[in-house]
Ligand binder design. Structure first.
Ligand code: S3P
Length: 471
């Protein structure tokens, strides 16, 4: 046996005790981690809606006059759109009162960029801007981060090619980097979307703005209609026809005179989703979220959580610039497992990861169907959620386009894992929420992508009483 002088033995013993009592700190060193917390309480405002923020900048850029945007999301995704528009000659600036001002150059007025357009992590920026640029006599190369460079762009280049816009792609895989050769006079088309995607619909409509005729998009199910609503507010002529089979036809008359307006961006329901689920699962919680966007094509998560038995109340509902807005009050609730039907996917597409965390705390099994699109988001979200939940001791099964989660019946989850986030902000935030009910802490390998959509996330959560390290 090794003999140590008493002082050295004491030192070693102290070190061992220190490591033991700070085990979790060492395990997650430098990584965001969340630990079981007491009741969450308070009133918060989450940042502005990402989808509406992108559209406000893009449509402001091609309107005539000065667009003033209140509450723009200052996340990295939206800033990528602002920077790209700047590279195409549009002045986009934040004034002293935190209002973002866009000096519109009018339809057809975007200039040839002198550099690549870096879309960062943002699929919305890339796909919508391809539509807008496609309707201009511009050649531009779109690049993005590792996550975005693996996401499919053919769904956008296919219809845009039909409109006379051409693409160049070294690897021929229609992923970024992708060079687009726009045309000042795209051809108006009628296009049936193969997948329900607001991004693809919007790309076709934005290119359709420059056509000399009527562009029609038929979507198999209605998807978020922020582009349509904002275009109408700016003066475009749009006809919407809801079919009996649940599909929707949208027709846009090209070459409208778009007039700049004042836009107020509501808080993002997709960001609100995280504190909402946290308050439902952490015992004794009661929180209020102010001025959240409640566009009916975005509220599938609320429908699902209500079905699960969530105590959620909406007050102060009103319209702001054509978009429904309201306050959401949430109290901790005993949740039960449900079947989420495929028809709900478009209205809660970004919320499945956090719904999965609610499901892990529910009594019984939750089954989500028709969720194959989750495999081509910022990460393969079905895989990331499945792997993460399994490592936290939760039983999960999945197939190509479905997932099933067995809940703990409100008893917390084992936890004690570091989750691989694959550059996906929503995976990071979802698991940090789950850590609040973990028997052991839950960490994430990289918290930096959270800034793409929800800057200040951990600070805001901690303000409610959560235990999250990071900011
Ligand atoms: C978005 C549409 C959705 C959503 C994305 C934002 C938009 O994508 O997942 O975060 O702003 O149009 P898809 O349209 O590809 O489903």
């Amino acid at each position: 046996m090794r003999m140590l002088p008493a002082s050295q033995a004491l030192e070693e013993n102290r070190l061992r005790c220190f490591i033991k009592s700070n085990f979790w700190i060492f395990l997650f060193m430098g990584k965001p981690v969340s630990t079981a917390s007491g009741p969450l309480s308070g009133t918060i405002s989450v940042p502005g809606d990402k989808s509406i923020s992108h559209r406000a900048l893009m449509l402001g850029a091609v309107a005539v006059g000065q667009t003033r945007i209140h509450g723009l999301l200052e996340g990295e995704d939206v800033l990528a759109t602002a920077t790209a528009l700047g590279a195409m000659g549009v002045r986009v600036e934040k004034d002293a009162n935190a209002i973002w001002v866009v000096d519109g150059v009018g339809l057809g007025g975007l200039a040839q960029p002198g550099q690549e357009l870096d879309m960062g992590n943002s699929g919305t920026a890339a796909r919508l801007l391809m539509g807008l640029v496609g309707g201009h006599e511009i050649t531009a190369t779109f690049v993005g981060d590792k996550s975005l460079s693996g996401r499919p762009m053919k769904r956008v280049s296919d219809p845009l090619t039909q409109m006379g816009i051409s693409f160049e792609n070294e690897k021929n895989d229609y992923c970024l980097p992708l060079t687009i050769h726009g045309t000042g006079q795209p051809i108006p088309i009628s296009y049936t979307l193969p997948v329900a995607s607001a991004q693809v619909k919007s790309a076709v409509m934005l290119a359709g703005l420059s056509t000399p005729g009527i562009t029609t998009v038929i979507e198999p199910r209605a998807t978020r209609d922020h582009t349509e609503k904002m275009l109408v507010a700016l003066g475009a002529n749009i006809k919407i026809n809801d079919m009996e089979n649940g599909s929707r036809e949208i027709s846009l008359t090209g070459q409208p005179e778009l007039t700049a307006i004042e836009i107020t961006v509501p808080a993002d329901i997709s960001s609100a989703a995280f504190p909402i689920v946290a308050a439902l699962v952490v015992p004794g919680s009661k929180i209020t979220l102010k001025n959240v966007g409640l566009n009916p094509l975005r509220t599938g998560l609320i429908d699902s959580l209500l079905e699960m038995g969530g105590n959620i109340e909406i007050t102060n509902q009103h319209l702001e610039a054509g978009e429904e807005v309201g306050d959401i009050m949430v109290s901790a609730s005993a949740l039960k497992g449900i079947n989420v039907p495929p028809s709900r996917a478009p209205s809660m597409i970004d919320e499945y990861p956090v719904l999965a965390m609610a499901a892990a705390m529910a009594t019984g099994t939750t089954r989500m169907e028709g969720v194959g699109e989750l495999r081509v988001k910022e990460s393969d979200r079905l895989s990331a959620v499945e792997a993460g939940l399994k490592s936290c001791g939760v039983a999960v099964r999945s197939g190509d386009d479905w997932m099933e989660i067995d809940g703990s019946g409100g008893d917390g989850v084992p936890g004690g894992a570091t989750i691989k986030t694959h550059l996906d902000h929503r995976i990071a935030m979802a698991f940090l929420v789950l850590g609040l009910v973990g028997k052991k802490p839950i960490g994430v390998d990289d918290g930096s992508p959270i800034d793409t959509s929800f800057p200040g996330f951990t600070r805001l959560m901690n303000g409610l009483g959560a235990n999250m390290s990071r900011d």
